[in-house]
Design a protein around this ligand. Sequence first.
Ligand code: ATP
Ligand code: MG
Length: 364
Amino acid sequence: QVILEVTGVPAGWIHLLPEAGGGPVMASSAGLSQEVAEALARYRSPECECRKTPYSHQPVVVHPFHAGCPLLALDLGANRPLTCHVTVPLLARSRVLGVLNLAGDDLALFDEQEIMLLNTLGRQLGVAIENTRLWDELKKRDALRGQMLEQAIAAQEDERRHIARELHDQAGQALTSILVWLRALEAEANGSAGVTVSPNRLQEFKAIVADTLDGVHDLALELRPSVLDDLGLVPALQRYVHTHQDRHQLAIDLQTVGLERARLLPSVETALYRIVQEALTNVVQHAGACEVSLLLEVRAGSIVAIVEDDGCGFDTGPLMRGEMDERWLGLSGMRERAELLGGRLTIESAPGTGTTVFVEVPLG
Ligand SMILES: Nc1ncnc2c1ncn2[C@@H]1O[C@H](COP(=O)(O)OP(=O)(O)OP(=O)(O)O)[C@@H](O)[C@H]1O
Ligand SMILES: [Mg+2]
């Protein structure tokens, strides 16, 4: 509206190119009838000169109109048909975000100076649109981070509850039994000089201690496998893959290239371990896969992990467009871990095609 007032042009509109791809979308219009605005939003004639602007990044003056152009139907009243229009790119950082269009009944309105002015306006509008989009993205990411923080705190509480229950139910009860046995032994020892403890009782006693040890060991392994700290990522993943495939009857093929004896930064090892752990948990929970391959490879200054399954796959569209929501916290967490280390995570999947998770993290 302001541009129309300043330039004295009777009609104008803005088409934006959606970030997710696809054709231009009508973002705003002034001086157009509703029918013409709707027709313009649908109009996709590749022969029109104005369609070149998004590729050439240059303003285009169209005169006369292409035969099918919906602008021909616009009636400005007083017998004034529109005769020409100009399309100016909305540019931000050399990218075309959309086009500003102005249409008039006098070609003299669009002289060289006017077009230079509109071109400058197009750049300013482009930067303003880019800033708004970045701001929206920032707000979305902030909200997601908040959700993830809440989720992390809830997960921490769940884990504490789980440890407390395990300690109480397993180690606590076992230690209580051992105490009872020890009291009985004490009583027997006090009762006679030559203590005799039946071999069966001793067997039982040993079994309880062994079970308790196993339980504590499993718990510690689940919390953080010491092998990750002691021996590194590859042995830790070999161990995880071994238990995971036994537990879920899944064939997992683990291959490593170029890091047989290498130790990586602890932050990189932890991040990759957790990312692969979540990817494999997702395979069990969602994919219904028979086979999984896991590749870890050192490539020019970075480490790459690829987890590929032959399961049901899923639509990754929202993820790739950055439209993350609370339903994708596992995947967001994986991506966040990779990005915190300056790396990236991509997922290739579609319903019926299996899923490939690709993570790359710089080594140094
Ligand atoms: N390997 C896979 N095969 C098929 N679908 C998958 C796979 N990985 C993820 N998905 C889909 O992506 C969605 C999001 O996964 P994500 O890990 O973010 O959440 P979740 O596993 O549902 O829950 P959470 O990880 O928080 O327990 C899943 O619900 C599932 O629909
Ligand atoms: Mg998950």
